[in-house]
Structures are given as C-alpha cells and as structure tokens.
Design a protein around this ligand. Structure first.
Ligand SMILES: [Zn+2]
Length: 77
C-alpha cells in the first residue's frame, strides 16, 4: 500500500463504490465477497450434492451473467 493517508479509517464500513450483482457477490457483514465459481455445471452440482442442508434451503446451480461461470446459491423460482 503506497499512498496510505491518515483518516481513511472513516471509510472502512462503506460498501464498495459499485452495485454488486447478487448473482456473483455475497454479502459479508460490511462488504461483498465474490462467490465461489465453478467452471462447469457438473462441478457446481457435485458440490451441492454434498450439501443437503443447502438443497433443503432452496439452493441450486445457476450460470452467472457476470463471470459466465457457475455458482451455487438460492435460485428464484
Ligand atoms: Zn459470477
């Protein structure tokens, strides 16, 4: 970190200066985190098959418009 100015701590709790796509990012406390991406639908489905609790919560596999990869998340019906 080169030009670290004093007083920057005021901005720590702000969200990033962009509108996160909820398909690609997941909310983590005060920030957004990119979701785990899978190269193929099969890879994402394999992960979901090991997480029965997520399936029970309505999670599914979907292709992301932001990164064109596959995520596991709550899918709208
Ligand atoms: Zn994505």
């Amino acid at each position: 970190m080169m030009s670290k100015r004093k007083g920057d701590h005021r901005y720590h709790n702000k969200v990033p200066p962009f509108t996160p796509d909820p398909e690609h990012y997941t909310r983590k406390q005060h920030t957004w985190k990119a979701k785990v991406a899978y190269e193929t639908e099969d890879a994402a489905g394999e992960f979901l098959n090991q997480r029965a609790e997520l399936k029970a919560m309505g999670y599914g596999v979907y292709q992301c418009k932001t990164c064109q990869k596959w995520h596991v998340g709550r899918v709208k019906s």
